[in-house]
Write a protein that binds this ligand. Structure first.
Ligand code: PLP
Length: 358
């Protein structure tokens, strides 16, 4: 069967396994609803969900580059020989604060392509090393995330193909394919929920540029009435929350100082904004201390996640005492679904917060 959907590609990549959905007991006082966390802490040995978007988008970008020589089949087993027959290979280019660039480099390597990855100067050494370990050429940009995205876009000309997880003015970035690739998180979730809860789900999703939340919004739209979307951002970079308040897309200028590195984006992707505006039921902003506290609580129960991964539990814990989550849970058989998007990617910091090795 030719691959035409992201989940079919993902199932065929070596090392595929659905991520687990774990029940959390006693995680939040004051609500009776069951709480589950989808643990996006390992995908093909990488520490986050990001490779789901990158792998699908890299395949689509290369197919576009191959033009009439591209196979209809989007599996890497079909794209690889098409590249061999073509004789030359493109280079994949991405900007990142860690996870996306590493995932693009991993995907490029699966297809025998080179990768160039741009990171902001503040990126932790461990994250830089992980990108280089995937075989990518690393460029450090003296600026914040948005400036890094601009630098990568300027580099991507000719046979250098940009694969970005955010939309840019007037340029092809592959972001729609990245969003499409993230659907695998929710396709798996739908299967896992159908084995247990039949009620609506309240999805809590962290937001950087909003591409993952956009995939969540589309999942909810297609599923059922009664599902709700809750978004989470660091206070310093809460551009979705601010945009919803002002009723227009607003960027928050950097620098954005937060331990939730993957969420430190000053602007929501322009392509995501209209749908997120319509779909977001509650937009939370949290402090670093909230994420650290949730990370510690989870670690004590054997659930090892990084700062972005803990952000959703942290936000739900903040929302309940303020009475913000309860109206969404009013339907008695609703399940609260937290997406934990990463494993610890800065082990030094994790050790300092939790008090032991990850
Ligand atoms: C670990 C982690 N969680 C969540 C996100 C947020 O995803 P998005 O930028 O699509 O909103 C990112 C983005 O890089 C991330 O790395």
């Amino acid at each position: 069967m030719p691959v035409t959907r992201p989940i079919d590609l993902h199932r065929r990549l070596p090392g595929y396994a659905p991520t687990s959905l774990v029940r959390l007991e006693g995680a939040i006082e004051g609500i009776a609803a069951p709480i589950v966390v989808k643990l996006e802490t390992s995908r093909y040995g990488l520490p986050s969900f990001k490779v789901l978007g990158a792998s699908w988008a890299v395949g689509c970008r290369i197919a576009g580059w191959l033009g009439p020589h591209a196979p209809d089949d989007r599996s890497y087993d079909a794209i690889r020989p098409a590249l061999d027959a073509h004789g030359t290979r493109p280079t994949l280019v991405a900007a990142t604060d860690g996870n996306h660039g590493r995932a693009v480099a991993w995907s490029a390597r699966q297809l025998g392509c080179a990768a160039e990855v741009f990171v902001p100067a503040g990126t932790a050494q461990s994250r830089r090393q992980a990108i280089v370990a995937e075989g990518a050429a690393l460029t450090v940009v003296e600026g914040d995330y948005d400036e890094t995205v601009a630098a990568a876009a300027a580099r991507a000309t000719g046979d250098r193909l940009l694969v970005q997880d955010t939309a840019l003015e007037g340029g092809e970035t592959g972001v729609e394919d990245v969003v499409a690739g993230y659907a695998t998180v929710f396709d798996e979730l739908a299967e896992q929920l159908s084995g247990g809860s039949t009620g609506p789900c309240i999805l809590v999703v962290p937001v950087g540029v909003g591409s993952l939340a956009l995939a969540a919004a589309r999942f909810i739209r297609e599923r059922r009435a009664g599902d709700h979307l809750v978004t989470v951002e660091p206070t310093e970079a809460a551009s979705l929350q601010r945009s919803l308040v002002e009723g227009r897309l607003v960027a928050i200028p950097g620098p954005h100082v937060s331990c939730m590195v993957g969420l430190r984006c000053g602007s929501i992707s322009a392509g995501a904004w209209p749908e997120l505006r319509a779909a977001t039921d509650l937009a939370m902003a949290i402090e670093d201390a909230d994420a650290d506290e949730a990370m510690r609580w989870l670690a004590q129960r054997g659930v090892v996640v990084g700062e972005c991964g803990a952000a959703t539990l942290a936000a739900a814990r903040r929302a309940v005492p303020e009475g913000l989550l309860q109206p969404l849970l009013a339907n008695g058989d609703a399940t609260l679904v937290l997406i934990a998007t990463e494993a610890p990617t800065d082990p030094e910091r994790w050790r300092a917060v939790v008090g032991r090795d990850p």
